[in-house]
Design a protein around this ligand. Structure first.
Ligand code: PHE
Length: 407
C-alpha cells in the first residue's frame, strides 16, 4: 500500500496507518445537503442564518454575522483538536470515533474545527455550517455524516459594559490562578455573567423560533475542552428531554492564540438533523440522503418559513437477522469497527444495529457478541433473498476482517 493516495474533493492525500476513511465514506464530502435547494437541511440552515441576521443587525441594519457554509470538511488534527485545546489523550481523537484521512488529516468531527482560523482572520461574529463525520452507532438518529452549525461572538470591554450604569471600573479580565465552576480564572464574574446571559437569551430565542414560545427547556452543565463554563440546552419533546445544542464561554487561551486577546467570547454548536427531525417530524435520519421525490417534494416551498410536517409516504416492512461471533482474543475489536463493515456492505438499507447479547463463556473466558441487524429500505419492500444475501456477505466480511468465529 506504499505510496497509495486517497482522493477527496479533487485532492490526493497520502495514506498511512491512521487511514480509516472507507471508500463509501469518501463519497460524502462535496454532497453538501445543507446547500441543496429545497432540502430540509437547507431550510434549517436558512432559518438559523435568518434568526441571527435579525437578532444582530449592524448600525445600518445589515447582518452583523457572516455565514461560512462552504469550508472544506477535510481538516488538520491541529484545526479539529489542537487549536481547540483538546488534550492529546482525549477519547474524541481516537480512530474508533473519527474518520482519519491520515495521521495529520481527518474529516472534521465538528464545525468548531474552523473557529480559531476564522477568529484569526479578524471575525467577531460568525456562523459556520457544514457536514461533519463521526463513527458511531447505527440507528434512526445516527448516521456517520451529519451537519452542524457553530456560532461565535466576540466582544470588547467597552461593548459589553456600554449599557451598564457606573461601568467605569468594570473589566473583562482579572488574574486568578484557576477556574471556578462559574468562570475562567482570567475573567471577571461580571463580564462572564453578561456574556452568559446574552448567550442563553439568544439560544433560547433560537429554539423558540423553531418550537414556539411555550417550548419547555432546561440548561444543563456540560464540559467542553474549548469553553468554560459550558452548558447544554435541552428541550422537552414527547415527554423526553432532548439535547439540542452545546455552548459556553470561549477559552481565553484560544482567543490569545488567535489575535483576539482583548476580547471575551461565547460559542455554541448544534446539529441540524436533530433540529430538522423534531421540526418537520422526520422519523429516520437516512431520509435526508434519500433521492426519492416522495420525500424531497414535500420540502419544495416558496418560503422557508412555511410550516411543513413530513408525511410518511408509506412504511415498508423491516426485516431482522441476528449475527453472533466470538471476539478475537487479542481484543482489537470495537463495535464501531463492526458497524463500519455493516455500513459498507449494507449501506442505507441498514436501519439499526443493536447489541442484544454480550456473553463471556464461564470456562474459557471467551467473549461473544450477538447483534440484531434490522434491514429496511426507505422506498420499497426488501425481499427475503436480498436481505439474506447481504446478511451472509456481512458474516463473511466480519470473519475475514477480524478473524472472528461466527457462531
Ligand atoms: N463542537 C461541540 C459538539 O460537537 C459543540 C460546541 C460548539 C460546544 C461550540 C461549545 C462551543 O458537540
Amino acid at each position: 500500500k506504499k505510496g497509495k493516495k486517497l482522493e477527496l474533493l479533487d485532492q490526493k492525500y497520502p495514506i498511512d496507518e491512521w487511514t480509516n476513511v472507507t471508500k463509501r465514506i469518501s463519497q460524502y464530502p462535496g454532497k453538501n445537503l445543507h446547500l441543496k435547494p429545497d432540502h430540509p437541511l437547507s431550510l434549517i440552515r436558512q432559518r438559523i442564518a435568518d434568526y441571527f441576521y435579525k437578532a444582530y443587525p449592524n448600525k445600518v441594519g445589515n447582518p452583523l454575522f457572516s455565514v461560512h457554509d462552504n469550508l472544506r470538511p477535510i481538516v488538520t488534527v491541529e484545526q479539529n483538536f489542537d487549536s481547540l485545546l483538546v488534550p492529546k489523550d482525549h477519547p474524541s481523537r481516537s480512530k474508533t470515533d473519527c474518520y482519519y484521512v491520515n495521521s495529520e488529516t481527518l474529516l472534521r468531527a465538528h464545525t468548531t474545527a474552523h473557529q480559531a482560523e476564522l477568529i484569526l482572520m479578524g471575525l467577531n461574529n460568525f456562523l459556520i455550517i457544514g457536514d461533519v463525520y463521526r463513527r458511531d452507532d447505527i440507528n434512526s438518529t445516527h448516521y456517520p455524516v451529519f451537519h452542524q452549525v457553530d456560532g461565535v461572538r466576540l466582544r470588547t470591554q467597552d461593548e459589553i459594559f456600554q449599557n451598564v450604569e457606573d461601568s467605569k471600573n468594570l473589566r473583562i479580565f482579572e488574574h486568578r490562578e484557576s477556574d471556578s465552576p462559574d468562570k475562567q480564572g482570567c475573567h471577571t464574574l461580571e463580564a462572564t455573567k453578561i456574556m452568559e446571559h446574552e448567550l442563553k437569551t439568544v439560544l433560547v430565542g433560537l429554539v423558540k423560533s423553531f418550537f414556539g414560545q411555550d417550548v419547555e427547556y432546561r440548561w444543563v452543565d456540560e464540559y467542553f475542552p474549548f469553553t468554560h463554563p459550558s452548558w447544554e440546552l435541552e428541550i422537552l419533546k414527547h415527554d423526553e428531554w432532548l439535547e439540542v445544542l452545546g455552548c459556553g464561554i470561549v477559552r481565553q487561551e484560544i482567543l490569545q492564540k488567535s489575535g483576539a486577546a482583548d476580547r471575551i467570547g461565547w460559542a455554541f454548536g448544534a446539529g441540524l438533523e436533530r433540529l430538522a427531525m423534531l421540526f418537520y417530524s422526520i422519523p429516520d435520519i437516512r431520509l435526508f440522503w434519500s433521492e426519492d421525490p416522495g420525500f424531497l417534494n414535500q420540502f419544495k416551498v416558496e418560503d422557508y418559513h412555511s410550516r411543513i410536517v413530513y408525511k410518511r409516504v408509506s412504511i415498508y416492512p423491516p426485516s431482522s437477522s441476528d449475527i453472533s461471533f466470538w471476539l478475537p482474543n487479542e481484543t482489537e475489536f470495537t463495535p464501531n469497527d463492526f458497524f463500519e463493515i455493516v455500513r459498507d456492505i449494507g449501506g442505507d438499507i441498514i436501519e439499526q444495529v443493536a447489541l442484544i447479547d454480550d456473553f463471556v463463556h464461564p470456562k474459557n473466558n471467551r467473549r461473544s457478541h450477538c447483534y440484531k441487524i434490522t434491514y429496511r429500505h426507505m422506498e420499497r419492500t426488501l425481499t427475503k433473498f436480498e436481505v439474506n444475501t447481504i446478511h451472509r456477505k456481512i458474516g463473511r466480511a466480519v470473519q475475514d476482517k477480524f478473524n472472528v468465529e461466527i457462531r
